[in-house]
Design a protein around this ligand. Sequence first.
Ligand code: AGP
Length: 620
Amino acid sequence: MCGIVGYVGPRSALGVVVEGLRRLEYRGYDSAGVAIISDEGAMQTAKKAGRIENLDAELAELTISGSTGMGHTRWATHGAPNDRNAHPHCDVTGRIAVVHNGIIENYAELQAELEQSGVEFSSDTDSETVAHLVAAELAKTAANGGADDLATAVRTICRRLQGAFTLVLLDRDHPDSVVAARRNSPLVLGIGDGEMFLGSDVAAFIEFTKQAVELGQDQLVEITREGYAITDFYGAPVEGKRFTIDWDLSAAEKGGYDYFMLKEIQEQPTAVADTLRSHFVDGKIVLDEQRLDAGVLREVDKVYVVACGTAYHAGLIAKYAIEHWTRIPVEIEFASEFRYRDPVLNRQTLVVAISQSGETADTLEAVRHAKDQRATVLAICNTNGAQIPRESDAVLYTHAGPEIGVAATKTFTAQVSAGLIVGLALAQARGTKYGDEIAAEFRALESMPEHIAKTLEGIEDVRTLAREIADSKAILFLGRHVGYPVAMEGALKLKELAYMHAEGFPAGELKHGPIALVESGLPVVVVMPSPMGRPLLHQKMLSNIAEISARGARTIVIATEGDELAAKHAAHLIEVPAVPTLMSPLVSTIPLQVLAAEIAQARGYDVDKPRNLAKSVTVE
Ligand code: AGP
């Protein structure tokens, strides 16, 4: 959601900023804009609704140059996604320009105050208030004989703002620096040689530097060519946390694929292998990145998993595994619902918060609520140093690398793997499994990248099928046990990419309503359990297939290799390797990802940038 780039250095700021915006496109946006201060000290801005190509066309008509600048991709919250509301926004004199990610919750009150003092707004956004407030603050300080300093003025204004914000500001009168501040929204700083960068995430500047600094909560940074200075909102200096980015530009490029998502689907064996790496040492599960004491895990008597979207589906699988291996009751909750229903939490509660981005506002608020209630929070996250792991007691990083496609694929299988590691770590700490049982489970887990690779080899057939059913009105997905979250994930992928009505149901629920949707020719995807692993469930699923086939549905059955009964009853069979039941989502989800991507392509949609969606949902 909203991408931000800032730059000061010897290069053309426009080039750096527009390239950075392209790399942040995956976050989701509906307009884009830039502000560059020219060498002569003029504030030059350009902004356009729609894709960055529209902004490019606008820029082609202008002559913009300068070596200090910023850019923004906007995902509309306050005000329609049009040219007028696109960022940057300037004060009435055009001295100050601001871009903003987040929501300023007290903007109405601030706007009323500004309007009373005669300010006329030129957009419908909450963000514009900041430009006027900062300009007014600078004017007030000047009138009192104070220093004409943008950073000081921004700190004063930040203390008045409520809500979530990453702000980047330029001051026409001080063209050699850029000021940025953040609360509850992301911002990282990139350190170059004689140049500095700002970005919503490191993808914004990955091609220029791998040295980065995390900006903490309620902190402000001023960058110049010479360096950077971080303070809190009261001006006290703060030491930023430096880190080295552990992936390179190629990870953020398509590498010969038409879409990032297609590349990311293929990267799943590596994503899972990298996530598992170094978590089993000398016969024991090791959670070395986390700061949790084994004693804390031993005391846990209740687990909550909180997450959104795809991460929620990964969490459901974690629930099944944790309960099965540890006998600890596990509840799973949409993060957006969690804190509003007053869940019962205490010191013995472990809250597992799953988030690829580590920025999702709903999940972040759930983490905060859990911590307020003294629960222990363990984050599963794919983004080093993001806000959710920073605020959690412990973190287990998934090592899937950057995921650019808005639809989560490799981070889902990495999250499922991480959830299984947490289950085994709890079983080990609580002694509910013997060491050799844990070792056997982990070895099975370690063989999953191979099984995923094998599944990927067989997806050509899924592509053909996808083209055949691309015109369907809707598709239903059914599953039982861990096949149910897989069914939900298959339906979510199809909704977000192909804009097609899709629902994932527990197969047993079919007769309680959804079967009314079944009509002749309706494709129904059935995720079969293995006949060896779950014979009873396998039998029941065969009955479900019979029920829907009898009503004319076209059954597409994902079944274990050699499952002759499934082969006999399916209109279309997709085989996946035989693996342990709790690990089966790691293979059975793959064909559903491919199915959704192929149907979307057949329908002519952009697979990487589905409409209305943002990769990181940083507002509640
Ligand atoms: C997945 O395809 C979606 N784009 C979405 O559901 C996503 O999983 C959800 O918004 C949670 O994001 P997070 O993992 O970054 O918290």
